[in-house]
Design a protein around this ligand. Structure first.
Ligand SMILES: Cc1ncc(C[n+]2csc(CCOP(=O)(O)OP(=O)(O)O)c2C)c(N)n1
Ligand SMILES: [Mg+2]
Length: 684
């Protein structure tokens, strides 16, 4: 077979595997893989530095399929390159990441070819995609990470990090707001390691884009500061390669390649129609398309002779060589710069350096106390000094979130200062959260911050963080009505309940400054779970820990903070965050009146529910049914702790605009209100 013919065969293998898999599954998206097979072939087999033998090699190029519905592109190419599987402990498993059997079972239970690309489930997937726009936004975090890593670790003659990030997207990704936020940020930062390829097919689900999407996309990206290129024929792999070559030579700005394509290419009755997007072609149409490709019409899941070898000779050889050279380089680097090499190795395994929690503050008892956000700011500044690869920032609220790293040398990350540890995301919460995901996928320990109310703007990416099992950190201040006069637009109500509902996400709302410290201590040790930290704007009393239980109880999600004498309470007060000190006040009054009350500080439902039943029953003895919970948030879900007979002092409406004191009175967040509820429950 001539080279030219082999290339076409390889490309058509991607196409036909995709068509067959969708047909077999009776669901999926055949059209875009048929159109983009040449693009994906070119990136993978001709350009990318990626070694299928080691898909987690740190300096590999990243490939992001942001139009995740076209997942068969990825499953085909991971299969044909014989990319190997690795597990969560970063061990190679000695079998392929995606087998032909997996492809035959596309979209079926346990198949490594699921409906959309799933990080953590299939090796070689760099990020989970499917919610349009997330992939390209996440790729910006990957680009930032490469810049930061290269700046910190590269030395003369030792280019330890110099990888590129390729992201493929469709009309959907570019219509989504998060795509625009991310593109704007990437352009501002001049990320010349980042290349997006836009599948310009004029088709989405409802039909031609002329009904929805008529802007000048190229002009938009030019305005963002990107280099914009165009390839007029998605089948022209020489032009595609040429455009990618220009990307490699372009400095100081990201590259955007518009690729004109035909969805369902080769299908005589489906090409260029919306039907090609998300419906199986049907057996007859598949035969016609195969005929067009010069493929045996009745063959299914066919990988012709020579195709595997063709990929082995392309990406296999190039990737192996690149990785081997890097491995040798890294060995020499380790001999010369052993501290840096150790950092890189620890980071890759999501370990913490020794002494990571050295000098964490301890806050003395203080009735006036300190705001959660202020305590957090102190902790962040310690952690970021102890952990070199810990960094992050806010969506323009750094001064309010108290997330700015102020120590000498912290610096601001900018195009001309990739050393900075303060990221400025601008007012782009959604792109911020996706970027934090991208940083975390690159093994940096990253945080993002905004007001708690605006977590709504970041939520889709937080959800993906949990789905991907990434140890990201989201710091949300102004946790309740502490924002007083700003009014209901700024007062979170349902946010705690809604974040608590995300599987795997650790949500923590600490009750005083020492609980903030312990919350961070817990979060930092997570390797596969994201965490949300919900912090007060206003000062909270620092509790006297010689009188009450130590704050280390935070690590168990909930703990007995103050107790009735002899430990047999008749009523339990449960609180989180700013309401913990309120519960303590009520408790002291109750004790004064001879009522045996207990206060349970409950910063995290999620952590508590992972404790043994025995521990949970010790904190909340089932026989004590007189329970009052108090939280400046929606009452939704609290029944699980207070039972049918308990009382919940929380929010059933939006807040109001007034000074905090008046709001506390209006909505019942006052000690006497708790005391009354407790007394009623115990019948005194
Ligand atoms: C955030 C989000 N909204 C909606 C969808 C459902 N959806 C999946 S693909 C698609 C159309 C995408 O069009 P385009 O990106 O042009 O992809 P093409 O059909 O050209 O491959 C839609 C609306 C989604 N996956 N994510
Ligand atoms: Mg489209």
């Amino acid at each position: 077979m001539t080279d030219e013919k082999m290339i076409q065969t390889a490309i058509n293998t991607i196409r036909t595997l995709s068509m067959d898999a969708v047909q077999q599954a009776k669901s999926g998206h055949p059209g875009t893989p048929m159109a983009l097979a040449p693009l994906v072939y070119t990136i993978w087999n001709r350009v990318m530095h990626f070694d299928p033998q080691d898909p987690i090699w740190p300096n590999r190029d990243r490939f992001v399929l942001s139009n995740g519905h076209a997942s068969m592109l990825l499953w085909s190419v991971l299969h044909l390159t014989r990319t190997q599987a690795v597990n969560a402990e970063y061990e190679s498993l000695g079998h392929p990441s995606v087998s032909l059997e997996d492809i035959r079972h596309f979209r079926q239970l346990n198949s490594k070819a699921p409906g959309h690309p799933e990080y953590h489930w299939v090796s070689g997937v760099e990020t989970t995609t499917g919610p349009l726009g997330q992939g390209i936004a996440t790729s910006v975090g990957m680009g930032i990470a490469e810049k930061w890593l290269a700046n910190r670790y590269n030395r003369p003659d030792f280019e330890i990090f110099n990888y590129n990030v390729y992201a493929v997207c469709g009309d959907g990704c570019l219509m989504e707001g998060v795509g625009s936020e991310a593109a704007s940020l990437a352009g501002h930062l001049g990320l010349d390691n980042l290349c997006w390829i836009y599948d310009n097919n004029h088709i989405t689900i409802e039909g031609q884009t002329r009904i929805t999407f008529t802007e000048d996309v190229e002009a938009r990206f030019l305005a963002y500061g990107w280099n914009v290129l165009r390839v007029g024929d998605a089948n022209d792999i020489e032009r595609i390669e040429h455009a990618l070559d220009i990307f490699h030579k372009t400095k100081d700005r990201p590259t955007f390649i518009v690729l004109d394509s035909h969805i369902g290419y080769g299908s005589p009755n489906r090409q260029d129609t919306a039907a090609a997007h998300g419906e199986p072609l049907g057996d007859d149409e598949i035969r016609l398309a195969k005929k067009f490709y010069g493929w045996p019409e009745d063959a299914k899941f066919l990988v012709p002779d020579g195709v595997y070898d063709h990929f082995t000779a392309g990406i296999g050889a190039r990737g192996a060589k690149a990785r081997q050279q890097w491995t040798e380089l890294f060995a020499a680097y380790r001999a010369k710069y052993s501290d840096c090499a150790t950092e890189i190795e620890q980071m890759q395994r999501r370990e913490l350096p020794t002494g990571w929690d050295r000098d964490l503050p301890v806050f003395p008892a203080d009735p006036k106390g300190i705001a959660g956000r202020d305590a957090s700011g102190k902790v962040l500044n310690v952690l970021a000094q102890n952990i070199p690869w810990f960094l992050g920032g806010s969506a323009d609220l750094g001064p309010s979130n108290k997330t700015t790293l102020t120590f000498k040398g912290a610096g601001d990350f900018e195009a001309d200062n990739p050393a900075g540890k303060n990221l400025h995301f601008g007012i782009r919460e959604h792109a911020m959260a996706a970027t934090v995901n991208g940083l975390s996928l690159s093994k940096l320990r990253a945080f993002g911050a905004t007001f708690f109310i605006f977590s709504d703007y970041a939520r889709p990416a937080i959800r993906l963080s949990a789905l991907m099992e990434l140890p990201t950190i989201f710091i949300f201040t102004h946790d309740a009505m502490g924002d007083g006069e700003d009014g209901p637009t700024h007062q979170p109500v349902e946010h705690l309940a809604s974040l608590r509902a995300i599987p795997g996400l650790v949500t923590l709302r600490p009750g005083d400054a020492n609980e903030v410290v312990e919350a961070y201590r817990y979060i930092m040790q997570l390797r596969h779970q994201p965490a949300v930290l919900v912090l007060s704007r206003q000062p909270l009393p620092s509790l006297d820990r010689s009188k009450y239980a130590p704050a280390s109880g935070v690590a168990r999600g909930a703990y007995v903070l103050a107790d009735a004498s002899r430990g047999n309470p008749e009523v339990i007060l449960i609180a989180s965050g700013s309401e913990v000190s309120l519960a303590i006040e009520a408790h002291e009054k109750l004790v004064g009146e001879g009522i045996r009350s207990r206060v349970v500080s409950m910063p995290s439902w999620d952590i508590f529910e992972h404790q043994t039943q025995e521990y949970q029953d010790r904190v909340l003895p089932p026989e004590v049914t007189a329970r009052v919970a108090v939280e400046q948030a929606s009452t939704f879900g609290w029944e699980r702790y207070i039972g049918r007979t308990g009382r919940m002092i929380g929010m059933k409406t939006f807040g109001a605009s007034a000074p905090l004191k008046e709001l506390q009175r209006k909505f019942g967040f006052e000690p006497d209100h708790l005391v009354a509820a407790a007394k009623e429950l115990v019948g005194k």
